[in-house]
Design a binder for this molecule. Structure first.
Ligand code: LLP
Length: 385
């Protein structure tokens, strides 16, 4: 994964830290841009996956829009060069201040998640004498077959609007002068590696579009959300997800009406593989039946294993000895502070450098200061000579 000058650089730094392979990020962006351009698809990067300014400015330089879920994400994306007319804003709990900020910033579209939210946006837009572009975030009741914490598209779920609410929404919209319905929005979950799930989504979107057509409504924009997964088990075999087949699937199965434009909100598949959490072994401790490799990185730096039992590939960058099994854990006072059990690593000693791979998405952004720990810094491959 890394050459000797990068290894020496790592060795000279205080750990833990995030390391971003900016060439890989750039190659991923080139691939997405090329594949999406074939069909004139619009891609909005889901800021929530990684909001590091260096990452954001590279992504925006490829002309992508931003998918935000808070006022601060809107601010951060504007500060880092995303153009406001490519910002979409989702979230089940938009506060009045956040709605005001979004209206003042003239973002492209609010992805609305409930009737009360639509009413509040209408009220605030009216007070500002503005018209808000909205899309309905529809709950399509498609099972994403992913971890239950990151599935969002099934019926009993805090996200999105259910079909039995459409009639009421249309009557609100008919009366409104400050809301402009421009799109339908969907997002069914994250880390979806089975492409047939997206085929099911397309089929549902087609049915939902038919319902709207029966009510004389054709929106200009269809936003299919994000959720495309990455290969956590073999990051080096699949550093760039198969965007070609991903976009082709939507081309094949989504029935578009004339002049409709398609939008995507990709997070993990853009930034997931370019980041690693680099840490050092503090101690190797013998348990009863296992050995613990205790790292200086913990769940405060990368929460996914503790929160979702997520798998991340772990590598010892310092040892070529014969393999042994370790429970790789962090220093936090929580039993769930564990990166992997019975992980096969070359014989591991104090001070060895450890890389936890595929940590570019939902890693640094989910860090906390629990136990009053310092939040890990970040380094970028293009700064290392
Ligand atoms: N659009 C909406 C409306 C979303 O809720 C999300 C992610 C995305 C787009 C981007 O999804 P992606 O392409 O990254 O899968 N912290 C969890 C993931 C939470 C995802 C939340 N929503 C994790 O670490 O797996």
């Amino acid at each position: 994964m890394i050459n000797s000058s990068t290894y020496n650089y790592f060795n000279s730094q205080e750990t833990p830290f995030y390391y971003y392979d900016m060439e890989l990020l750039e190659n991923s962006l080139i691939s997405i841009k090329k594949e999406a351009a074939q069909y004139n698809y619009h891609v909005h990067y889901a800021i929530k996956a990684n909001a590091n300014p260096r990452i954001l400015s590279l992504i925006q330089s490829y002309g992508f829009g931003a998918d935000c879920v808070s006022g601060n994400e809107i601010k951060r994306s504007i500060e880092n060069g995303f153009s406001t007319d490519k910002i979409v804003y989702a979230g089940v709990g938009k506060s009045d201040r956040e709605i005001e900020l979004a209206l003042d910033s003239d973002i492209f579209c609010f992805n609305c998640e409930s009737i009360p939210e639509i009413e509040v946006i209408e009220e605030i837009a009216k007070s500002k004498n503005k018209v808000a572009n909205i899309a309905l975030r529809i709950n399509p009741n498609v099972n994403a077959n992913t971890h239950h914490y990151i599935t969002t598209g099934i019926a009993e779920n805090k996200f999105g609007i259910n079909p039995w609410e459409f009639e009421e929404i249309l009557s609100i919209l008919r009366k409104s002068k400050n809301l402009n319905l421009i799109g339908l929005h969907f997002h069914i979950g994250s880390q979806i590696v089975d492409l047939s799930v997206f085929k099911s989504l397309c089929i549902r979107i087609n049915e939902i579009q038919d319902w709207f057509l029966d009510h004389q409504i054709i929106v200009d924009h269809i936003n299919v959300g994000g959720g495309f997964g990455i290969n956590y088990h073999q990051p080096d075999e699949e550093p760039i997800p198969d965007f070609k087949n991903y976009f082709a699937l939507f081309k094949e199965f989504l029935n578009l009406k004339a002049n409709q434009e398609v939008h995507f909100e990709l997070g993990r598949s853009i930034v997931g593989q370019c980041g690693s959490l680099i840490s050092r072994v503090l101690y190797v401790k013998k348990g009863i039946n296992t050995k613990f490799a205790i790292l200086d990185a913990g769940m405060t730096d990368l929460l996914r294993p503790a929160l979702y039992q997520a798998f991340h590939k772990i590598e010892n960058l310092s040892s070529n000895e014969s393999p042994e099994n370790y429970d790789v854990v962090g220093p936090i006072c929580e039993s769930s502070d564990c990166f992997g059990k019975a992980v096969s690593l070359p014989e591991t000693k104090r001070n060895d450098l450890i890389a936890i791979r595929s940590a570019g998405a939902y890693g640094e952004v989910m860090a906390s200061e629990y136990n009053l720990r310092k939040v890990a810094t970040s380094f970028f491959s293009n700064d290392i000579k």
